[in-house]
Design a protein around this ligand. Structure first.
Ligand code: PLP
Length: 377
């Protein structure tokens, strides 16, 4: 019997052990377990009870063969790339990546003798030119940070299959509620679980879901590199995951309402949100996604001074980096997520200094709109 996501987040992977009658599986705050007839269990091996609940739950909600929880989103991303790619290999990657992934590619891959080419992931006709005999993987994001672009995800999967490439997607911004990347055909779907999967801004964690052979390969790589999530953080992540479906509905609804309000405001010159009819890839987003997510970015007619004034005057959203929590946040990507890029790289990626990114929380949308109205006045 297939179950809906609302049910899966609550029940999938949960243990039926009722230790002393406990409804919740306790935190197994132990590094190792006594020998028995099972393989050796140890936190770094990613096979302890609090980790295994999440591995099973994330696989179920992504509709994937297997999943793995990791110590951070960057552990999932770097572990996946270093497992899929070997010395001498070449990576095709979307040119608009999260800053940390971008700088991992540009500053670290060469140390492993791995080459890369950035491509416009919305121009499938251009990809062939960057393909090399040693190209092994294609890496994209479901919604780009911070411009909320939706690249040609269907073409990425088809191109990867046609050229025997492993397709990887950072699905952090969409979450499995809005886009089931693994079920859609991506070989590996990666998450900063720090964001929506946990949803409460209180841990750093990562996760991936996809083909069982690839997930097993990453697990092997990370057994050497470390980067496992500790049991206490796993407990918190599982608790967050159980309200993911509810929270994402609120993020989707609030962000759409706020984006529509901002689009109609005279002080705002540009709103990037895939749920708006004005978004250049709205039709694609509506076809592929079950919701448009909680992230918006805007430009103001008054440029950087106006952006700074807006941020200072907002009362509900905190001025802070990161995203995907229950509380609304605002930041300027040029000084946070994309600070590691050079000004030239940022300009090339279309990230202006005055761009304001909003992580829309689950507060009442009317209160958020009122707050933006007074701050923009
Ligand atoms: N992917 C995206 C889209 C992100 O926004 C981030 C962090 O901001 C990461 C990956 C990295 O995740 P973490 O900070 O959990 O390592």
């Amino acid at each position: 019997m297939s179950q809906s996501l609302d049910t899966l987040v609550v029940h999938a992977g949960e243990s039926d052990q009722r230790i002393d009658g406990a409804v919740r599986l306790p935190i197994f705050q132990t590094a190792m377990f006594a020998h028995d007839d099972r393989p050796l269990r140890y936190i770094r091996y990613n096979n302890t009870p609090n980790q295994e609940i999440i591995n099973a739950k994330v696989a179920a909600i992504e509709g994937a063969e297997a999943a793995l929880v990791t110590g951070s989103g960057m552990t999932a991303i770097s572990g996946a790339l270093l497992s899929v790619l070997k010395p001498g290999d070449h990576l095709l990657a979307q040119d608009r990546l999260y800053g940390g992934t971008h700088s991992f590619a540009t500053s670290l891959l060469a140390d492993f003798d791995i080459a890369y080419s950035f491509v416009d992931a919305d121009q499938p006709d251009s990809w062939e030119d960057s393909l090399r005999p040693n190209t092994r993987a294609f890496y994209v994001e479901s919604l780009t940070n911070p411009l909320l672009e939706v690249c040609d995800l269907e073409a990425v999967v088809a191109f990867a299959r046609a050229n025997s490439l492993v397709s990887l997607i950072d699905n952090t911004f969409a979450s499995p509620c809005n886009f089931k990347a693994a079920a859609f055909g991506f070989d590996l779907s990666l998450h900063s679980a720090t964001k929506y999967l946990n949803g409460h801004s209180d841990i750093v964690a990562g996760a991936m879901a996809g083909r069982a052979d690839l997930v097993a390969g990453v697990k092997r790589t990370l057994t050497h590199l470390g980067g496992a999530l500790d049991p206490n953080a796993c407990f918190l992540l599982n608790r967050g995951l159980q309200s993911l479906a509810l929270r994402m509905r609120a993020h989707n609804e609030n962000a759409l309402a706020l984006a529509q309000f901002l689009e109609g405001h005279p002080a705002v010159s540009k709103v990037n949100y895939p749920g708006l009819l004005s978004h250049p890839r709205h039709a694609r987003a509506a076809r592929l996604f079950d919701g448009f997510g909680g992230m918006i970015s805007i430009e103001l007619r008054g440029g950087l001074p106006a952006a700074e004034r807006l941020i200072a005057r907002l009362q509900l959203p905190l001025f802070a980096p990161s995203l995907g929590g229950i509380e609304s946040l605002v930041t300027r990507p040029a000084m946070s997520s994309h600070a590691s890029l050079t000004p030239e790289e940022r300009a090339q990626a279309g990230i202006k200094d005055d761009l304001v990114r909003i992580s829309v929380g689950i507060e009442a949308s009317g209160d958020l709109i009122d707050d933006f109205r007074q701050a923009l006045a």
